[in-house]
Design a binder for this molecule. Sequence first.
Ligand code: NAD
Length: 387
Amino acid sequence: MRLAVLKERRDGETRVAATPETAKKLAALGCQVAVETGAGLIAGFTDQAYAEAGAEICQDAATTLFGAGVVLKVRAPLAAGEGEVDELSLIHRGALLVGTLEAGANPGRAEAYAAAGIEACAMELAPRSTRAQSMDILSSQANLAGYRAVIEGAGAYDRGFPMLMTAAGTIPPANVFVMGAGVAGLQAIATARRLGGRVSAADVRPAAKEEIKSLGASFVGYEDEESKSAQTAGGYAKQLSADFYAKQAEVVAAHIAKQDIVVTTALVQGRRAPILVTQAMVDSMKPGSVIVDIASDAGGNCAATHPGEMYTTANGVKILGYTNWPGRISAAASALYARNLLTFITTFWDKEGQAPKLPETDDIVQGVTLTRGGAVVHKSLITAPAA
Ligand code: NAD
């Protein structure tokens, strides 16, 4: 079984879907691993390191994909008109494509995979179950995004994080407020605490309150009957009423004016990120304060975020609205992402057939499979026929 690892060509993508470590393990499984030249370079993995791990280094996408039965990607392959190479047209019929495919947000993408006869697995759709934990790319990447956001926030903040007592006087600790205490937010809280900040956090899911406190941060938030059921069966936050958001905003407004660093991570699955930091709240902050918006890929949690950019407001607040936060820590993010994909391949590896075998009844397979046998099969993409 030939397994291809392409160079990522989408704008700003710095990660790679296999590292020399996972390439070696894939080779040990029996795969003939083909890596496109330069695929890991931005993340610090050289062609030589892949070659030493047993991979064949190929000069372009076409040679890498030639004869490949499995294709590992970080982001969806480029289709015609999306860039310099039409990667999709180079993937063989029947090949298994594994990556962050974002088909829900890109209409027509899953249909294109089906038409090309590609068996596409979107790993971001894996269930959040104990069994799927080691394949959970959302968690591995969010964790690093949360860490990196605080580090970049600290870098942009012109004062200190910890209380600094010196002969020349005392610098007070930074007040850090983390909005959204999922995987990224909890790591942001832990990182900000380690740096010596005075940390508080908010979330709408009832379970998050205890998690926030267990990390030594204080809980800030509005709670009512609605927020008691703010969590879906899958553990995600629900979209809440305008009335709830307004009341939450009142509580947050008073708090935010006193903060030095605000890290926002709040997401509602399948929707634009909720605006939690309004323009008026930004205006209330002190000059030199920093807002780090990890939700900027989903539009941002701050009304003044410019997605993809660092922006300083008229009142001197820096807003870090970068997109692809895991890509800003590319070596570690690639290492974890690559292990997630390796676990997926090894879990469903058929030793006798020397190929992946994805049982249709398996809940992880059902969760991630977009297309099979030339058809779109994922339940989130199939519209119910009109009655
Ligand atoms: P996410 O990225 O979807 O959202 C980030 C956080 O934003 C969530 O905690 C959410 O509640 C919060 N949020 C949404 N609206 C908000 C608002 N108005 N104000 C404040 N916060 C708001 O979340 P995630 O990190 O993917 O985690 C989602 C769930 O999945 C959690 O319950 C987590 O514990 C669970 N999880 C389970 C596993 C597992 O069991 N294997 C793995 C990872 C995550």
